[in-house]
Unconditional design. Structure first.
Length: 367
């Protein structure tokens, strides 16, 4: 082991000791003092790590560019698709840092499949596709540090971003810190979207063109008897079924499989399908969903559907009005009809994903 490596390890040990002391100091130790200690530790790390070639922003976020892109510039209104990996300043990968959401239990430190396998944290139940970061602060999609690191970057950029703990809050809407030590993100900006809703409509139509002969969105009859197109909601009928179209309040028995547009299956009622896609969970109950009450959540009023065994996205509920008992269909739709545009509804596969549901309804009569 050479002298330089020994020196670096020694200095890293000092840095971590400082951080540990700051994080565990007595109650009378002020946040300002702890931040000062962290600043000194970060400065020492940056000097050793890249000989002071990091660009340190006014909020303390440090950027080290690996590759400069030439695409669209990220603004505070952009939607940014990235590949991302999280680690601490000692180089240990940090789980629960790729997705920021209090509503889900996260078990990822990277969306790089090969790296996840090397680290032994890979799971077939987790989605390793690109991560979407909406930049708008009021969406609470990411910490202020990550937002600062991305803003002003360009599509095609590849860089490291060191985020101090004081940037681990969600901004003016939530000032609480979510980290107790600095985190380093390795980020590649894959795509920058300026109008996300328009982008998703284009993606869905292309999915239809590529897989179902270019069918258009679902049409429904409005209260005046006119026909309206439901932008962002598509349905491909596999089996027609029998009888009348289903209506609000009907109860059905059905099975389903839910996936993303790229084919990643994240949920199903069918045990064999879960095993096939290696997402089987012994804690889940598999089998036909019985007595599911159909309600259009856009017009449900005070309807009580709490008795339903599962919660179907509103895209499924809306499409069910186009189906009959005994029918089956593929339904695909935008995030507006899925888990909404609220980050609190984030799933382990990320935010604002268009979804595909394969629905098979039993032939039993509805109530």
């Amino acid at each position: 082991m050479n002298i330089m490596r020994l020196k670096n390890r020694f200095v890293f040990a000092i840095i971590l000791s400082i951080l540990f002391w700051a994080a565990n100091s007595c109650a009378k130790q002020t946040t300002i003092d702890a931040d000062d200690n962290e600043k000194r530790a970060i400065e020492a790390f940056l000097k050793i790590e890249q000989n002071d070639t990091w660009d340190v922003k006014s909020d303390g976020v440090a950027i080290f560019m690996n590759q400069t892109g030439s695409g669209i510039t990220v603004t505070d209104e952009s939607y940014v698709f990235v590949n991302i990996t999280a680690s601490d300043i000692k180089g240990n990968y940090v789980k629960s840092s790729v997705i920021y959401s209090e509503s889900i239990e996260v078990g990822m430190s990277t969306n790089n499949v090969n790296l996840a396998k090397q680290m032994g944290e890979y799971s077939t139940a987790w989605y390793y596709g690109q991560r979407l970061f909406p930049m708008k602060e009021d969406l609470l999609a990411m910490t202020s540090g990550l937002r600062s690191a991305l803003e002003g970057r360009r599509e095609g950029d590849s860089f490291r971003a060191l985020l101090p703990t004081w940037t681990s809050n969600y901004g003016t809407y939530n000032s609480s810190r979510t980290a107790t030590y600095p985190i380093i993100y390795d980020i590649e900006i894959v795509k920058v979207i300026e109008d996300y809703e328009a982008y998703i409509l284009t993606v869905l139509q292309k999915y239809s063109d590529d897989n179902y002969g270019g069918i258009g969105p679902v049409k429904e009859t409005n209260e005046s008897g006119g026909i309206e197109t439901i932008d962002g909601l598509y349905m491909v009928t596999i089996e027609e079924g029998e009888g009348e179209l289903l209506t609000s309040g009907d109860r059905i028995n059905f099975n389903y499989t839910a996936s993303l547009l790229d084919g990643f299956v994240f949920e199903t009622s069918i045990e064999d399908v879960a095993r096939e896609h290696r997402i089987y969970n012994s804690n889940n109950t598999y089998g036909t969903i019985y007595e599911y009450q159909i309600v259009d959540l856009d017009n449900s009023g005070s309807a009580d559907v709490s008795g339903n065994a599962v919660d179907m996205p509103n895209g499924v509920n809306k499409a069910l009005f186009q189906m009959k008992a005994g029918g089956s269909a593929y339904i695909f739709f935008s995030h507006i009809f899925g888990y909404g545009s609220s980050v609190s509804n984030a799933k382990q596969f990320g935010w604002w994903q268009p979804l595909v549901y394969h629905i098979v309804i039993d032939a039993a009569e509805t109530q």
